[in-house]
Design a protein around this ligand. Structure first.
Ligand code: NDP
Ligand code: HSE
Length: 437
Protein backbone atom coordinates (compact mmCIF):
# COMPACT_ATOMS: atom_id res chain seq x y z
CA UNK A 1 0.00 0.00 0.00
CA UNK A 2 1.32 3.51 -0.82
CA UNK A 3 1.58 6.21 1.84
CA UNK A 4 -1.57 7.99 2.96
CA UNK A 5 -3.31 10.55 0.77
CA UNK A 6 -2.85 13.83 2.66
CA UNK A 7 -5.91 16.05 2.54
CA UNK A 8 -6.21 19.75 3.36
CA UNK A 9 -9.70 21.14 4.00
CA UNK A 10 -10.55 24.80 3.55
CA UNK A 11 -13.87 25.64 5.21
CA UNK A 12 -14.80 23.61 8.29
CA UNK A 13 -18.56 24.22 8.27
CA UNK A 14 -21.43 21.74 7.85
CA UNK A 15 -19.75 19.81 5.02
CA UNK A 16 -16.14 20.20 6.17
CA UNK A 17 -16.93 18.79 9.60
CA UNK A 18 -18.93 15.99 7.98
CA UNK A 19 -15.90 15.04 5.88
CA UNK A 20 -13.61 14.92 8.93
CA UNK A 21 -16.13 12.81 10.89
CA UNK A 22 -16.82 10.29 8.12
CA UNK A 23 -13.13 9.90 7.22
CA UNK A 24 -12.43 9.20 10.89
CA UNK A 25 -15.31 6.80 11.58
CA UNK A 26 -14.93 4.81 8.33
CA UNK A 27 -11.12 5.04 8.08
CA UNK A 28 -10.49 1.30 7.79
CA UNK A 29 -13.12 0.59 5.12
CA UNK A 30 -12.10 3.68 3.12
CA UNK A 31 -8.42 2.66 3.21
CA UNK A 32 -9.31 -0.88 2.15
CA UNK A 33 -11.26 0.48 -0.83
CA UNK A 34 -8.76 3.19 -1.81
CA UNK A 35 -5.69 1.01 -1.35
CA UNK A 36 -4.22 3.59 1.03
CA UNK A 37 -5.30 5.65 4.01
CA UNK A 38 -6.95 9.03 3.43
CA UNK A 39 -5.97 11.42 6.21
CA UNK A 40 -6.93 15.03 6.88
CA UNK A 41 -3.70 16.72 7.92
CA UNK A 42 -4.56 20.43 7.61
CA UNK A 43 -7.71 22.52 7.95
CA UNK A 44 -8.53 26.22 8.06
CA UNK A 45 -11.03 27.86 10.40
CA UNK A 46 -11.96 31.51 10.25
CA UNK A 47 -13.41 31.64 13.72
CA UNK A 48 -11.04 29.70 16.00
CA UNK A 49 -13.40 30.07 18.98
CA UNK A 50 -16.34 28.30 17.29
CA UNK A 51 -16.97 24.75 18.48
CA UNK A 52 -16.73 22.05 15.78
CA UNK A 53 -18.64 18.78 15.72
CA UNK A 54 -15.57 16.68 14.88
CA UNK A 55 -12.24 15.78 16.41
CA UNK A 56 -9.30 17.87 15.23
CA UNK A 57 -6.74 15.77 17.16
CA UNK A 58 -3.56 15.44 15.10
CA UNK A 59 -4.77 17.95 12.49
CA UNK A 60 -2.92 21.24 11.91
CA UNK A 61 -5.43 24.08 12.24
CA UNK A 62 -4.61 27.20 10.20
CA UNK A 63 -6.15 30.65 10.44
CA UNK A 64 -6.31 31.14 6.66
CA UNK A 65 -7.29 28.91 3.74
CA UNK A 66 -4.20 30.08 1.86
CA UNK A 67 -2.03 28.42 4.53
CA UNK A 68 -3.76 25.09 3.88
CA UNK A 69 -3.27 25.46 0.12
CA UNK A 70 0.44 26.07 0.75
CA UNK A 71 0.76 23.12 3.18
CA UNK A 72 2.32 19.73 2.41
CA UNK A 73 -0.90 18.04 1.21
CA UNK A 74 -1.84 16.06 -1.92
CA UNK A 75 -5.43 17.25 -2.27
CA UNK A 76 -7.36 20.37 -1.31
CA UNK A 77 -11.06 20.06 -0.39
CA UNK A 78 -12.67 23.41 -1.09
CA UNK A 79 -15.67 23.61 1.24
CA UNK A 80 -16.00 27.37 1.74
CA UNK A 81 -18.47 28.20 -1.03
CA UNK A 82 -18.85 31.34 -3.16
CA UNK A 83 -17.23 32.09 -6.48
CA UNK A 84 -14.34 34.46 -5.72
CA UNK A 85 -12.11 33.28 -2.89
CA UNK A 86 -12.92 29.64 -3.72
CA UNK A 87 -11.91 30.21 -7.34
CA UNK A 88 -8.59 31.78 -6.30
CA UNK A 89 -7.88 28.98 -3.82
CA UNK A 90 -8.56 26.27 -6.39
CA UNK A 91 -6.37 27.94 -9.02
CA UNK A 92 -3.59 28.28 -6.43
CA UNK A 93 -3.94 24.64 -5.39
CA UNK A 94 -3.79 23.43 -9.01
CA UNK A 95 -0.80 25.70 -9.72
CA UNK A 96 0.87 24.07 -6.71
CA UNK A 97 0.33 20.59 -8.21
CA UNK A 98 -2.54 19.64 -5.89
CA UNK A 99 -5.73 17.97 -7.04
CA UNK A 100 -8.98 19.53 -5.82
CA UNK A 101 -12.31 18.21 -4.58
CA UNK A 102 -15.13 20.72 -4.17
CA UNK A 103 -18.82 20.71 -3.22
CA UNK A 104 -19.22 24.17 -4.72
CA UNK A 105 -21.87 24.01 -7.43
CA UNK A 106 -22.03 27.80 -7.85
CA UNK A 107 -18.34 27.88 -8.70
CA UNK A 108 -18.42 24.89 -11.05
CA UNK A 109 -21.56 26.10 -12.84
CA UNK A 110 -20.29 29.66 -13.27
CA UNK A 111 -16.52 29.27 -13.66
CA UNK A 112 -16.09 25.53 -14.16
CA UNK A 113 -15.10 25.55 -17.86
CA UNK A 114 -11.89 27.46 -17.12
CA UNK A 115 -11.13 25.60 -13.88
CA UNK A 116 -11.59 22.20 -15.51
CA UNK A 117 -9.36 23.22 -18.43
CA UNK A 118 -6.69 24.36 -15.97
CA UNK A 119 -6.80 21.08 -14.02
CA UNK A 120 -6.73 19.06 -17.19
CA UNK A 121 -3.76 20.95 -18.61
CA UNK A 122 -1.86 20.14 -15.43
CA UNK A 123 -2.91 16.46 -15.37
CA UNK A 124 -4.71 16.95 -12.06
CA UNK A 125 -8.19 16.05 -10.81
CA UNK A 126 -10.88 18.64 -10.20
CA UNK A 127 -13.77 16.61 -8.80
CA UNK A 128 -17.23 17.81 -7.73
CA UNK A 129 -19.54 14.85 -7.07
CA UNK A 130 -20.84 16.59 -3.93
CA UNK A 131 -21.89 19.64 -5.94
CA UNK A 132 -25.10 17.97 -7.16
CA UNK A 133 -27.73 16.12 -5.13
CA UNK A 134 -25.62 15.73 -1.97
CA UNK A 135 -25.11 12.04 -1.28
CA UNK A 136 -26.56 10.70 -4.55
CA UNK A 137 -23.64 9.79 -6.85
CA UNK A 138 -25.45 11.25 -9.84
CA UNK A 139 -22.35 12.67 -11.52
CA UNK A 140 -20.67 9.27 -11.54
CA UNK A 141 -23.92 7.76 -12.85
CA UNK A 142 -24.09 10.15 -15.81
CA UNK A 143 -20.37 10.29 -16.49
CA UNK A 144 -19.60 6.59 -16.12
CA UNK A 145 -22.58 4.31 -15.44
CA UNK A 146 -24.75 5.62 -18.32
CA UNK A 147 -21.87 6.35 -20.68
CA UNK A 148 -23.34 4.08 -23.39
CA UNK A 149 -26.49 6.18 -23.68
CA UNK A 150 -27.58 9.27 -25.55
CA UNK A 151 -29.34 11.06 -22.69
CA UNK A 152 -32.44 12.86 -23.95
CA UNK A 153 -33.83 14.24 -20.69
CA UNK A 154 -33.34 14.52 -16.98
CA UNK A 155 -35.52 16.02 -14.28
CA UNK A 156 -35.14 16.16 -10.58
CA UNK A 157 -35.63 17.55 -7.16
CA UNK A 158 -32.11 18.89 -6.71
CA UNK A 159 -32.49 21.38 -3.88
CA UNK A 160 -33.05 19.85 -0.46
CA UNK A 161 -34.01 23.12 1.22
CA UNK A 162 -36.86 23.96 -1.16
CA UNK A 163 -38.10 20.37 -1.07
CA UNK A 164 -38.02 20.46 2.72
CA UNK A 165 -39.98 23.74 2.74
CA UNK A 166 -42.61 22.50 0.26
CA UNK A 167 -42.98 19.24 2.19
CA UNK A 168 -43.44 21.04 5.51
CA UNK A 169 -45.99 23.39 3.93
CA UNK A 170 -47.85 20.48 2.27
CA UNK A 171 -47.80 17.85 4.98
CA UNK A 172 -47.60 19.86 8.20
CA UNK A 173 -49.19 23.13 7.08
CA UNK A 174 -46.07 24.97 8.34
CA UNK A 175 -45.49 28.53 7.10
CA UNK A 176 -42.83 29.19 4.48
CA UNK A 177 -40.79 31.33 6.90
CA UNK A 178 -40.81 28.72 9.71
CA UNK A 179 -39.91 25.87 7.34
CA UNK A 180 -36.98 27.89 5.95
CA UNK A 181 -35.72 28.60 9.47
CA UNK A 182 -35.79 24.87 10.25
CA UNK A 183 -33.95 24.02 7.01
CA UNK A 184 -31.25 26.51 7.99
CA UNK A 185 -30.94 24.98 11.47
CA UNK A 186 -30.60 21.52 9.93
CA UNK A 187 -27.65 22.67 7.79
CA UNK A 188 -29.43 22.29 4.42
CA UNK A 189 -29.54 25.89 3.28
CA UNK A 190 -26.88 27.87 1.44
CA UNK A 191 -25.11 30.74 3.23
CA UNK A 192 -27.57 32.95 1.30
CA UNK A 193 -30.86 30.98 1.35
CA UNK A 194 -32.20 33.08 -1.54
CA UNK A 195 -30.14 30.71 -3.69
CA UNK A 196 -32.29 27.82 -2.43
CA UNK A 197 -35.73 29.39 -2.53
CA UNK A 198 -35.33 31.28 -5.81
CA UNK A 199 -34.07 28.21 -7.70
CA UNK A 200 -30.53 29.53 -8.21
CA UNK A 201 -28.86 26.64 -6.39
CA UNK A 202 -30.92 24.16 -8.42
CA UNK A 203 -29.97 26.07 -11.59
CA UNK A 204 -26.29 25.69 -10.68
CA UNK A 205 -26.78 21.95 -10.26
CA UNK A 206 -28.86 21.61 -13.43
CA UNK A 207 -26.10 23.38 -15.36
CA UNK A 208 -23.62 20.73 -14.25
CA UNK A 209 -25.96 17.78 -14.87
CA UNK A 210 -26.95 18.99 -18.33
CA UNK A 211 -23.37 19.50 -19.37
CA UNK A 212 -22.41 15.96 -18.34
CA UNK A 213 -25.59 14.46 -19.80
CA UNK A 214 -25.47 16.19 -23.19
CA UNK A 215 -21.76 16.87 -23.72
CA UNK A 216 -22.20 20.65 -23.86
CA UNK A 217 -20.03 23.25 -22.09
CA UNK A 218 -21.27 24.56 -18.72
CA UNK A 219 -23.71 27.41 -19.41
CA UNK A 220 -25.37 28.70 -16.24
CA UNK A 221 -26.73 31.81 -17.97
CA UNK A 222 -28.94 29.58 -20.15
CA UNK A 223 -31.09 28.26 -17.29
CA UNK A 224 -34.58 29.79 -16.95
CA UNK A 225 -35.35 29.99 -13.24
CA UNK A 226 -38.49 30.56 -11.15
CA UNK A 227 -38.49 30.34 -7.35
CA UNK A 228 -40.83 29.17 -4.61
CA UNK A 229 -42.25 32.66 -4.18
CA UNK A 230 -44.60 31.67 -7.03
CA UNK A 231 -46.26 29.05 -4.81
CA UNK A 232 -49.03 29.92 -2.34
CA UNK A 233 -50.54 27.58 0.27
CA UNK A 234 -53.81 27.61 -1.74
CA UNK A 235 -51.95 26.28 -4.80
CA UNK A 236 -50.51 23.41 -2.77
CA UNK A 237 -54.04 22.57 -1.59
CA UNK A 238 -55.70 22.91 -5.02
CA UNK A 239 -52.94 20.85 -6.64
CA UNK A 240 -53.55 18.07 -4.10
CA UNK A 241 -57.26 18.10 -4.85
CA UNK A 242 -56.44 17.77 -8.55
CA UNK A 243 -54.12 14.79 -7.83
CA UNK A 244 -50.73 16.55 -7.92
CA UNK A 245 -47.91 17.58 -5.60
CA UNK A 246 -45.94 20.77 -6.18
CA UNK A 247 -42.18 20.19 -6.38
CA UNK A 248 -39.37 22.49 -7.43
CA UNK A 249 -37.85 20.64 -10.38
CA UNK A 250 -34.76 21.14 -12.50
CA UNK A 251 -35.53 19.94 -16.02
CA UNK A 252 -33.14 19.50 -18.96
CA UNK A 253 -34.09 18.10 -22.35
CA UNK A 254 -32.20 17.77 -25.59
CA UNK A 255 -33.87 17.73 -28.99
CA UNK A 256 -32.80 18.50 -32.55
CA UNK A 257 -33.79 22.14 -31.95
CA UNK A 258 -31.43 22.52 -29.00
CA UNK A 259 -31.35 22.16 -25.23
CA UNK A 260 -33.96 23.39 -22.74
CA UNK A 261 -32.85 24.15 -19.20
CA UNK A 262 -35.34 25.27 -16.57
CA UNK A 263 -35.95 25.28 -12.84
CA UNK A 264 -39.44 26.03 -11.55
CA UNK A 265 -42.16 24.88 -9.17
CA UNK A 266 -43.93 22.08 -11.00
CA UNK A 267 -47.09 20.04 -10.51
CA UNK A 268 -46.16 16.33 -10.52
CA UNK A 269 -48.82 13.56 -10.53
CA UNK A 270 -49.06 12.32 -6.96
CA UNK A 271 -48.40 8.68 -7.88
CA UNK A 272 -45.01 9.55 -9.43
CA UNK A 273 -41.87 8.77 -7.44
CA UNK A 274 -40.77 12.42 -7.61
CA UNK A 275 -44.05 13.45 -5.93
CA UNK A 276 -43.30 11.06 -3.07
CA UNK A 277 -39.75 12.39 -2.57
CA UNK A 278 -40.15 14.44 0.59
CA UNK A 279 -38.13 16.46 3.09
CA UNK A 280 -34.49 17.11 2.20
CA UNK A 281 -34.42 14.07 -0.08
CA UNK A 282 -33.41 14.63 -3.68
CA UNK A 283 -34.46 12.50 -6.66
CA UNK A 284 -33.18 12.60 -10.22
CA UNK A 285 -34.90 10.90 -13.17
CA UNK A 286 -32.63 10.27 -16.16
CA UNK A 287 -33.83 8.95 -19.50
CA UNK A 288 -31.28 7.32 -21.79
CA UNK A 289 -31.94 5.83 -25.22
CA UNK A 290 -30.54 2.43 -24.28
CA UNK A 291 -31.44 2.09 -20.61
CA UNK A 292 -34.83 3.89 -20.63
CA UNK A 293 -35.94 5.61 -17.42
CA UNK A 294 -33.77 5.41 -14.29
CA UNK A 295 -34.41 7.20 -10.99
CA UNK A 296 -31.96 7.95 -8.17
CA UNK A 297 -33.15 8.99 -4.71
CA UNK A 298 -31.22 9.97 -1.59
CA UNK A 299 -30.32 12.67 0.89
CA UNK A 300 -29.55 15.81 -1.04
CA UNK A 301 -28.14 18.03 1.70
CA UNK A 302 -26.53 17.91 5.12
CA UNK A 303 -23.03 17.27 6.43
CA UNK A 304 -22.56 13.52 6.19
CA UNK A 305 -24.55 12.80 2.99
CA UNK A 306 -22.46 15.46 1.27
CA UNK A 307 -19.28 14.14 2.89
CA UNK A 308 -20.12 10.75 1.38
CA UNK A 309 -19.79 12.29 -2.09
CA UNK A 310 -16.67 14.34 -1.24
CA UNK A 311 -14.93 11.23 0.06
CA UNK A 312 -15.89 9.18 -3.02
CA UNK A 313 -13.93 11.75 -5.04
CA UNK A 314 -11.01 11.49 -2.61
CA UNK A 315 -11.00 7.71 -3.02
CA UNK A 316 -10.82 8.08 -6.83
CA UNK A 317 -7.84 10.42 -6.42
CA UNK A 318 -6.16 8.11 -3.91
CA UNK A 319 -6.50 5.20 -6.36
CA UNK A 320 -4.76 7.21 -9.11
CA UNK A 321 -1.58 7.33 -6.99
CA UNK A 322 -0.48 10.51 -8.73
CA UNK A 323 -1.38 9.37 -12.28
CA UNK A 324 -3.44 11.57 -14.64
CA UNK A 325 -7.21 11.18 -14.20
CA UNK A 326 -8.71 8.97 -16.91
CA UNK A 327 -12.37 10.05 -16.66
CA UNK A 328 -12.97 13.57 -18.11
CA UNK A 329 -14.49 15.92 -15.52
CA UNK A 330 -17.61 16.49 -17.66
CA UNK A 331 -17.70 12.94 -19.05
CA UNK A 332 -16.86 14.00 -22.62
CA UNK A 333 -13.36 14.66 -23.91
CA UNK A 334 -12.21 18.28 -24.17
CA UNK A 335 -12.06 17.83 -27.97
CA UNK A 336 -15.70 16.66 -28.08
CA UNK A 337 -16.82 19.62 -25.96
CA UNK A 338 -14.85 22.05 -28.13
CA UNK A 339 -16.49 20.63 -31.26
CA UNK A 340 -19.97 21.67 -30.10
CA UNK A 341 -21.46 24.74 -31.83
CA UNK A 342 -20.79 28.04 -30.03
CA UNK A 343 -23.06 29.37 -28.69
CA UNK A 344 -24.88 26.06 -28.21
CA UNK A 345 -28.55 26.34 -29.30
CA UNK A 346 -30.66 26.86 -26.18
CA UNK A 347 -34.45 27.01 -26.41
CA UNK A 348 -36.04 30.14 -24.94
CA UNK A 349 -38.57 29.52 -22.17
CA UNK A 350 -41.35 30.78 -24.49
CA UNK A 351 -40.55 27.98 -26.97
CA UNK A 352 -40.68 25.21 -24.36
CA UNK A 353 -43.80 23.09 -24.32
CA UNK A 354 -45.53 21.90 -21.16
CA UNK A 355 -48.93 21.47 -19.58
CA UNK A 356 -50.04 24.26 -17.24
CA UNK A 357 -51.89 24.74 -13.96
CA UNK A 358 -53.83 27.99 -13.84
CA UNK A 359 -55.51 29.32 -10.69
CA UNK A 360 -57.86 32.25 -11.02
CA UNK A 361 -60.05 34.24 -8.68
CA UNK A 362 -63.19 35.32 -10.50
CA UNK A 363 -66.49 37.02 -9.73
CA UNK A 364 -69.06 34.31 -9.00
CA UNK A 365 -71.39 35.04 -11.89
CA UNK A 366 -72.86 33.18 -14.89
CA UNK A 367 -70.84 32.82 -18.10
CA UNK A 368 -67.42 32.89 -16.42
CA UNK A 369 -66.44 29.33 -17.26
CA UNK A 370 -67.70 29.65 -20.83
CA UNK A 371 -65.61 32.80 -21.40
CA UNK A 372 -62.48 31.15 -19.99
CA UNK A 373 -62.82 27.93 -21.92
CA UNK A 374 -63.59 29.83 -25.13
CA UNK A 375 -60.30 31.73 -24.89
CA UNK A 376 -58.41 28.50 -24.23
CA UNK A 377 -60.17 26.71 -27.08
CA UNK A 378 -59.40 29.63 -29.46
CA UNK A 379 -55.71 29.06 -28.62
CA UNK A 380 -56.11 25.30 -29.25
CA UNK A 381 -55.51 24.58 -25.54
CA UNK A 382 -57.57 21.74 -24.03
CA UNK A 383 -58.77 21.70 -20.45
CA UNK A 384 -57.62 18.38 -18.95
CA UNK A 385 -59.08 19.01 -15.48
CA UNK A 386 -60.99 21.80 -13.78
CA UNK A 387 -61.93 22.52 -10.18
CA UNK A 388 -64.21 25.28 -8.94
CA UNK A 389 -64.23 26.10 -5.23
CA UNK A 390 -67.22 27.48 -3.35
CA UNK A 391 -66.76 31.19 -2.81
CA UNK A 392 -65.60 31.84 0.76
CA UNK A 393 -66.74 35.47 0.83
CA UNK A 394 -69.90 34.79 -1.21
CA UNK A 395 -68.51 37.09 -3.91
CA UNK A 396 -65.49 35.55 -5.62
CA UNK A 397 -64.83 31.96 -6.69
CA UNK A 398 -61.55 30.13 -7.23
CA UNK A 399 -61.01 28.10 -10.37
CA UNK A 400 -58.06 25.78 -10.98
CA UNK A 401 -57.42 24.37 -14.44
CA UNK A 402 -54.93 21.83 -15.80
CA UNK A 403 -54.33 22.33 -19.53
CA UNK A 404 -52.98 20.23 -22.38
CA UNK A 405 -49.34 20.62 -23.46
CA UNK A 406 -48.75 23.98 -25.13
CA UNK A 407 -45.82 26.29 -25.88
CA UNK A 408 -45.07 29.01 -23.32
CA UNK A 409 -45.77 31.77 -25.83
CA UNK A 410 -49.21 30.38 -26.84
CA UNK A 411 -50.21 29.88 -23.21
CA UNK A 412 -49.10 33.38 -22.22
CA UNK A 413 -51.02 34.94 -25.12
CA UNK A 414 -54.19 33.16 -23.96
CA UNK A 415 -53.48 34.19 -20.36
CA UNK A 416 -53.25 37.86 -21.40
CA UNK A 417 -56.75 37.60 -22.91
CA UNK A 418 -58.01 35.92 -19.72
CA UNK A 419 -56.45 38.64 -17.55
CA UNK A 420 -58.33 41.27 -19.54
CA UNK A 421 -61.74 39.73 -18.75
CA UNK A 422 -63.70 42.06 -16.45
CA UNK A 423 -64.62 39.35 -13.92
CA UNK A 424 -61.02 38.02 -13.46
CA UNK A 425 -59.22 39.36 -10.35
CA UNK A 426 -55.52 40.25 -10.33
CA UNK A 427 -54.39 37.29 -8.21
CA UNK A 428 -53.50 34.66 -10.83
CA UNK A 429 -51.16 31.69 -10.42
CA UNK A 430 -49.62 29.87 -13.38
CA UNK A 431 -47.35 26.87 -12.85
CA UNK A 432 -46.05 24.18 -15.20
CA UNK A 433 -47.13 20.54 -15.00
CA UNK A 434 -44.94 17.51 -15.89
CA UNK A 435 -46.39 14.06 -16.55
CA UNK A 436 -43.12 12.27 -17.50
CA UNK A 437 -44.74 10.37 -20.32
P1 NDP B 1 -20.91 26.49 5.92
O1 NDP B 1 -21.31 27.92 5.88
O2 NDP B 1 -21.46 25.61 6.96
O3 NDP B 1 -19.31 26.39 6.00
C1 NDP B 1 -18.45 27.23 5.27
C2 NDP B 1 -17.11 27.26 5.95
O4 NDP B 1 -16.25 28.11 5.21
C3 NDP B 1 -17.14 27.78 7.38
O5 NDP B 1 -16.39 26.93 8.18
C4 NDP B 1 -16.51 29.17 7.32
O6 NDP B 1 -15.67 29.43 8.41
C5 NDP B 1 -15.64 29.04 6.08
N1 NDP B 1 -15.52 30.32 5.39
C6 NDP B 1 -16.54 31.02 4.82
N2 NDP B 1 -16.05 32.15 4.28
C7 NDP B 1 -14.72 32.15 4.52
C8 NDP B 1 -13.69 33.06 4.20
N3 NDP B 1 -13.91 34.21 3.54
N4 NDP B 1 -12.43 32.74 4.58
C9 NDP B 1 -12.19 31.62 5.25
N5 NDP B 1 -13.14 30.71 5.59
C10 NDP B 1 -14.39 31.00 5.22
O7 NDP B 1 -21.18 25.92 4.46
P2 NDP B 1 -21.47 24.42 4.04
O8 NDP B 1 -20.53 23.50 4.70
O9 NDP B 1 -22.93 24.17 4.14
O10 NDP B 1 -21.17 24.51 2.47
C11 NDP B 1 -19.86 24.48 1.99
C12 NDP B 1 -19.90 24.25 0.47
O11 NDP B 1 -20.55 23.02 0.22
C13 NDP B 1 -20.69 25.30 -0.30
O12 NDP B 1 -20.11 25.45 -1.57
C14 NDP B 1 -22.07 24.65 -0.44
O13 NDP B 1 -22.77 25.13 -1.57
C15 NDP B 1 -21.65 23.21 -0.64
N6 NDP B 1 -22.66 22.22 -0.30
C16 NDP B 1 -23.33 22.27 0.89
C17 NDP B 1 -24.22 21.29 1.23
C18 NDP B 1 -24.97 21.29 2.51
O14 NDP B 1 -25.87 20.45 2.67
N7 NDP B 1 -24.69 22.18 3.44
C19 NDP B 1 -24.49 20.17 0.30
C20 NDP B 1 -23.72 20.20 -0.92
C21 NDP B 1 -22.85 21.20 -1.20
P3 NDP B 1 -16.21 29.70 9.92
O15 NDP B 1 -16.87 28.42 10.35
O16 NDP B 1 -15.00 29.93 10.71
O17 NDP B 1 -17.15 30.85 9.81
N1 HSE C 1 -28.50 24.18 -0.10
C1 HSE C 1 -28.40 22.97 -0.84
C2 HSE C 1 -29.74 22.27 -0.82
C3 HSE C 1 -27.36 22.08 -0.24
O1 HSE C 1 -30.61 22.62 0.00
O2 HSE C 1 -29.95 21.37 -1.64
C4 HSE C 1 -27.09 20.84 -1.06
O3 HSE C 1 -26.50 21.15 -2.26
Amino acid sequence: MSGPLKVGIVGLGTVGQGVVRVLQKNAAAIAARAGRAIVVTDVSVRNAAASRDCSLAGIRVHATPEAVVAADVDVICELIGGTDLANDLILAALAGGKSVVTANKALIAEKGNALIADAQARGLSLSFEAAVAGGIPIIKVLREGLTANAIDSLAGIINGTSNYILTQMTVKGQSFADALKDAQKLGYAEADPTFDVEGIDAAHKLTILASIAFGTPLNFAAVATEGLSKVQAQDIQLARELGYRIKSLGIAKRSEQGVELRVHPTLVPDDHLLAKTDGALNAVRVHGNAVGQTVYVGRGAGGEPTASAVIADLVDIARLNGARPVVPALGFTAAALAAQPTPFPILGIEEIESAYYLRLTVADEPGVLRALTTILADADISVEAILQKEPEDHEDARIAIITSVVSGSRFDAALERIRALPFVRADISRLRVEHFE
